[in-house]
Design a protein around this ligand. Structure first.
Ligand SMILES: NC(=O)c1ccc[n+]([C@@H]2O[C@H](COP(=O)([O-])OP(=O)(O)OC[C@H]3O[C@@H](n4cnc5c(N)ncnc54)[C@H](O)[C@@H]3O)[C@@H](O)[C@H]2O)c1
Length: 428
């Protein structure tokens, strides 16, 4: 790339483009707010809720006392609120009847916790991927509509400046006609080493952590944060990261779902107790374009320009939408200038939760749908889950997006849901 063009174009774009920031931190009604899942990301969301100064924090729920201790003292430091502690979200929603509930548990808990909150009358900010199976996701959309609640999903790229501008650019046809999109996340490494199962730490309710999913021995690799790579509690990188990029593909194309999916994957270098693939590809057929997914947790991606993101291949050039590296458009015409826009992200962890929380509050205030409405979150999650479903079957599947089923394929349709453990009832 010609660096001069890159920088010049960057400046030019910045000067001609009013960088959008959605309205944040409006004044208005204060909402009683509770958090379910007081780990890393739950802390980031609650931090923005407190900063917006329109929440009274009434309850915090986690199955781990350590997480509860840390979050309770953070709230007390930053506000005059004194939230009550819960280990069971059903008790929290019944006793506190919060107006807003944040759900930031591991993925397998999102559906039951979010639906319980909606049914108790709360508006919900739920993390991505919204569900562990496709049927759970549909149940969440149904619950949101039945309860007439605002349900925002944490896909904050829809409110991130460079993503908004890049999608506008593509929609305006400036990349020409796009018939292929490639989404990817490559990280380096040589695979982790196994850690032994151990006693459940004091203060952690491990049975409740596993909840409706299988109860397996405690292993410190799973909690906190590690569940992402275990298929009983999450869906690996294609769901953890993939949903962010798939959401942008749906946003750009205004499509709702692919017509078919095929995925291959495997565990090649990782020696831990996890079971999600450390390398995976997936191909999805849409009406007018092909969508590719790729992740690899070894070898990194130093041979290509970007470690992660989405390439949109147009007849006039290639758009890369990334994360910390903003967007870059590489024109087909070698004499034309590369166009770049830097990312605008908030600390900690370089995200745009503040803007998404602002939109969530406006949606509640006005009764409109939020920018990352649960239906969009469901559609993007479905793409990830269809990939894993095909990988598990070892063959491609057709997808009827209107009926949300795999036509004439009983074995595949069985994987749209799963059995729940013990007292937990599958949502419909
Ligand atoms: N939108 C984003 O960019 C983004 C970024 C990071 C994480 N996330 C999502 O946030 C969620 C949480 O991820 P994390 O990294 O914070 O995980 P984490 O392990 O740090 O936190 C999850 C917390 O939930 C608790 N928990 C488990 N079962 C519970 C239950 N039944 N009730 C209440 N609490 C329970 C755990 O004890 C833990 O403290 C995941 O779904 C993840 O995908 C989203």
């Amino acid at each position: 790339m010609n660096r001069r063009h890159f920088l010049t174009s960057s400046t030019a774009l910045a000067s001609t483009t009013a960088l959008p920031r959605l309205a944040v931190a409006q004044s208005g009604k204060t909402y009683t707010t509770a958090l379910i899942g007081a780990g890393w990301w739950g802390g980031n969301i609650l931090g923005e809720a407190m900063a917006a100064k329109r929440s009274k924090i009434v309850g915090i729920c986690d199955v781990d006392d350590q997480a509860l201790d840390a979050m309770q003292s953070k709230v007390k430091q930053l506000t005059s609120d004194d939230p009550r502690r819960y280990k069971d979200f059903r008790e929290l929603v019944a006793k506190e009847k919060p107006e807003i509930v944040i759900v930031a548990t591991p993925d397998h808990w999102h559906p039951l916790a979010a639906i319980a909150a909606m049914e108790a009358g709360a508006h919900v900010y739920v993390e991505k991927p919204i569900s562990h199976t496709i049927r759970e996701g549909r149940a969440m959309v149904n619950a949101a509509r039945a309860a007439n609640r605002v349900v925002q999903v944490g896909t904050h790229r829809r409110v991130s400046a460079h993503n908004i501008e890049a999608i506008k650019f593509l929609k305006a046809g400036k990349a020409g006609k796009i018939h292929m999109v490639r989404c990817f996340v490559h990280s380096g490494g040589r695979g982790g080493e196994p850690t032994p199962n151990s006693e459940v730490p004091a203060g952690l309710d491990w049975d409740m952590w596993c909840g409706p999913a299988p109860l397996i021995p405690y292993n410190k690799a799973l909690h906190p944060k590690g569940f992402r790579m275990h298929l009983d509690y999450a869906n690996g990188v294609i769901a953890d990261w993939g949903i962010h990029w798939f959401d942008q593909v749906l946003w750009w194309s205004e499509e709702k779902s692919p017509k078919s999916a095929y995925s291959a994957g495997g565990r090649f270098v990782d020696r831990t107790m996890m079971n999600a693939p450390d390398a995976q590809t997936a191909t999805y057929q849409f009406t007018d374009f092909i969508l590719e997914w790729e992740h690899r947790r070894f070898a990194g991606n130093n041979s290509e320009r970007h470690p992660l993101g989405a390439y949109f291949y147009g007849t006039e050039g290639v758009m890369h939408i990334g994360w910390q590296d903003g967007f870059t458009f590489y024109p087909v015409n070698a004499k034309a200038q590369t166009i770049h826009m830097d990312a605008q992200l908030n600390l900690p962890d370089r995200q745009n939760i503040r803007e998404l929380w602002g939109d969530f509050l406006t949606a509640i205030d006005t009764g409109r749908r939020p920018v990352c409405d649960i239906e969009y979150g469901h559609q993007a999650t479905v793409i990830s889950l269809l990939g894993n479903l095909s990988m598990k079957l070892g063959r491609s599947v057709k997808w009827d997006g209107a009926k949300e089923e795999i036509p004439g394929d009983a074995a595949a349709n069985k994987l749209l849901a799963r059995d729940y453990r013990g007292e937990w009832r599958y949502p419909v």
